[in-house]
Ligand binder design. Structure first.
Ligand code: ASP
Ligand code: MG
Length: 400
């Protein structure tokens, strides 16, 4: 059997942990498995590297940031391989580029275009364990790129797809929970969750798995196991919807704190002008998420939207351009908000979820700004200070 395993930052957070993981991998290998391991940077290394760059400028060049951040994962692949070799296990480390991971798109959030797997295949044939740096690749210019925060998950699933392997994501939590247990102590662990639900939950901020990784899993139908490192079961399987045994109305609730609300006041209600604003945001790579609109006086309207707080630099650039064109628009930002979402494939066939949540908000005096829905989710932006009140009441109401 061929396995791609991924170990996240916490799992490889110290030399001691790296040595333990090496033992574990050797045990797996001895069960006649071909093993490719994808690793993240140790502990909070990526954050530290970003902090260093930001000591120089708040707006580091994104190509150079990729150059810097990619070094985090390179330390881990070398150390893990040194540990494996020291224990007598043939193994080799490969950077994203050496592993044939070709990317396209903007620096710091590139996408995997294809994987030239020949080199990995050759090393597997030699009996080696192949240790690949997650989160990175190489673009058409030959430059090192990274895949966006949490991107090692994507590296792992993409490699599993390319190599026709199963995929196991090892992390510091023992599976996927209906609600982040740090936010709601009584949250339940899920045995299975569908790709769609997991995508919504990642997208909406569940944090455990990176959304593009789940998207790839769905696309290539790769079941993804998520569990605690050094344990071999009891985690959560992310699988096709039809394979989920227990069907519930709501599977999970997720919280996204990476949200920034932007208010555009005093806009003329002219579709062309509004289209212009959103095209500038798009051209500057701002991921606009939720949008709401309200009438103000006369033919003026107010529009508000949310985007990731981490894209504030891109947003600011766009705002400068928008103001040049439309000096009368008032633009303000609000960052003390969060997005709360409930997710469940059960919503496709049952109604009344939104009504129930409106009731909960009314009973608890929680006001909300934007609302969006998809076939299987409903999301609200609320003030950060109402977080625990909202989470606990919704979780209880839906038995999460
Ligand atoms: N080291 C990168 C990050 O912290 C990638 C990852 O861990 O998946 O975002
Ligand atoms: Mg992660």
């Amino acid at each position: 059997m061929r396995i791609v395993q991924k170990y996240g930052g916490t799992s490889v957070g110290s030399i001691e942990k790296i040595k333990n993981i090496a033992d574990h991998i050797i045990k797996m290998k001895n069960e006649h498995n071909e093993i490719v391991v994808v690793v993240s940077a140790m502990g909070k290394m990526t954050d530290e590297l970003i902090r260093k760059a930001k000591q120089i400028t708040n707006n580091p060049n994104r190509r150079e940031l990729d150059m810097l951040l990619s070094t985090g994962e390179q330390q881990t692949i070398a150390l893990l391989t040194i540990a494996l070799n020291h224990k007598g296990q043939p193994a080799i480390s490969l950077t994203g580029s050496q592993a044939g991971i070709v990317t396209t798109g903007t620096h710091t959030k590139s996408k995997i275009k294809n994987i030239n797997k020949e080199r990995i295949e050759a090393h597997l044939k030699e009996g080696k364990i192949v240790i690949v740096a997650g989160f990175q690749g190489i673009n058409e210019n030959g430059d090192i790129t990274t895949l966006g925060r949490g991107g090692s998950d994507t590296s792992a699933v993409a490699l599993a797809a390319a190599l026709n392997a199963t995929c196991e994501i090892y992390t510091d939590v023992d599976g996927i929970y209906s609600v982040d247990p740090r936010e709601y102590k009584e949250a339940k662990k899920l045995e299975e969750i569908s790709y769609e639900e997991m995508m919504e939950m990642s997208n909406l901020g569940a944090g455990v798995m990176e959304v593009r990784a789940v998207e790839l899993g769905k696309k290539y139908n790769i079941p993804i196991y998520v569990g605690k490192s050094l344990c071999q079961n009891n985690g959560t399987y992310i699988v096709e919807r039809e394979q989920v045994m227990e069907q519930k109305l709501i599977t999970g609730l997720s919280i996204n704190e990476n949200a920034l609300m932007v208010n555009l006041l005093n806009l003329e209600n002219e579709p062309k002008k509004i289209a212009y604003i959103f095209s500038v945001l798009g051209a500057n790579d701002v991921n606009v998420d939720m949008i709401s609109q309200s009438m103000s006086n006369g033919n003026k309207i107010d529009i508000s939207f949310t985007c990731p707080l981490t894209e504030e630099d891109l947003l600011d650039k766009a705002i400068v351009l928008i103001k040049e064109h439309h000096p009368n628009i008032q633009i303000s930002k609000k960052s003390d908000i969060i997005k709360v979402s409930v997710v469940g494939v059960g919503m496709i066939s049952h109604s009344g979820v939104a009504a129930k949540i409106f009731d909960i908000f009314a009973e608890n005096n929680i006001s909300f700004y934007q609302i969006t829905t998809s076939e299987i989710s409903i999301s609200f932006t609320i003030d950060k200070e109402n977080k625990s009140k909202a989470v606990e009441n919704i979780a209880k109401a839906f038995n999460l």
